[in-house]
Write a protein that binds this ligand. Structure first.
Ligand code: ARG
Length: 316
């Protein structure tokens, strides 16, 4: 890509403040997995305590609330069948990385979740996507977020640096590697929300302390106007939120974050996913976005290579 695209410090979004910008929702396409087999029977992140009881029916009810909200906001939700003995399969964000009809499969770090990779891959094969089988350990869109034409990619706990390089080859997008340092924020999407993924209005929120000092500097340079979130909201997994450009589905506990979002013209929609939090996930973890760069502003001519932006058919 041309070197100018992400030139830091150009002030490409320096104009702002006083009035919040007008935000626009764009219709999204999500894949979700009903938590029919949800439980906490193993511990692979600090949120999980296998000694605590879980309530499967409550998990399903909360998940249903999230699902129905997406539908009421005009989004399309597809479903993948849950598989017994894969209790974390509800966390669909980890199922793959998807961009413009091209799928890079997940290859889970922990043995307990490894069966999910092929299950999600099969779903995409059956639904006409172009699929690539990952050779490197990666946990899909839990660690890979599209914003401003870049892929922000987390590493440190799950997805490896080698996977970042593999993703860049497969998807033809520049990958910015970010090091996660706090085990409570073991996936990128627990520490960073993409509020607007489009090229010209790229906007994120994040919890700086979840990142290494160098990665914090990278984020500051790329997103000088980013919303930074306090420890209380971050520790309620508030950043594990889903934005459609206007509505931000967020944990009700992240009270200050919601006020910050309102100040910036977003419309926070609190949804209780507390039962699923016992597995270490929130709304975003339950949601795999079948990303396309065609809807909304993101389709603006970019400085990407010539073989981009021509595969929107399968995922649209
Ligand atoms: N128990 C799951 C794990 O540790 C939770 C995954 C949450 N997903 C996410 N995208 N952050 O893998």
């Amino acid at each position: 890509m041309a070197p100018s695209e992400d030139d830091p410090g150009t002030g490409r979004r320096a104009h702002r403040r006083s009035e919040p910008p007008v935000r626009t929702a764009t219709a999204r396409h999500y894949l979700m997995c009903r938590p029919e087999h949800f439980t906490v029977s193993y511990e692979i992140n600090p949120w999980m305590d296998a000694n605590l009881p879980t309530d499967r029916d409550l998990a399903v009810a909360q998940w249903q609330g999230l699902h129905d909200l997406y539908v009421s906001l005009g989004h399309t939700v597809e479903l993948i069948d849950p598989i017994p003995d894969l209790p974390d399969m509800v966390f669909a964000a980890n199922g793959a990385t998807v961009l413009d009809g091209v799928v890079h499969s997940a290859h889970f770090h922990h043995e307990e979740r490894r069966g999910e990779g092929p299950a999600y891959l099969r779903w995409f094969e059956e639904h006409g996507y172009t699929t690539h089988v990952a050779t490197e350990v990666n946990e899909g869109q839990g660690d890979v977020l599209l914003v401003g034409g870049l892929l922000l990619a987390g590493t440190g706990f799950r997805t490896t640096l080698a996977a970042h390089a593999e993703l860049q080859e497969v998807l033809g997008r520049a990958v910015v590697s970010l090091s996660l340092v706090d085990p409570h924020f073991y996936h990128l999407d627990t520490a960073l929300t993409v509020l607007d993924g489009s090229e010209e209005r790229a906007e994120i929120a994040y919890f700086p302390a979840a990142f290494s000092p160098g990665s914090q500097r990278v984020l500051r340079r790329l997103f000088p106007d980013a919303l930074t979130v306090g420890a209380d909201d971050a520790r309620a997994l508030g950043l594990n939120a889903v934005s459609d450009g206007l509505h931000v589905v967020v944990s009700p506990q992240a009270v200050t974050y919601q006020a910050q979002l309102r100040e910036r013209g977003f419309d926070p929609v609190p949804v209780d996913t507390s039962e699923l939090l016992k597995g270490g996930g929130g709304a975003k973890c339950c949601t795999l976005e079948l990303c396309t760069t065609s809807p909304g502003a993101a389709a603006a001519p970019s400085t990407d290579g010539p073989d981009d932006n021509h595969r929107n058919d399968a995922a649209a």
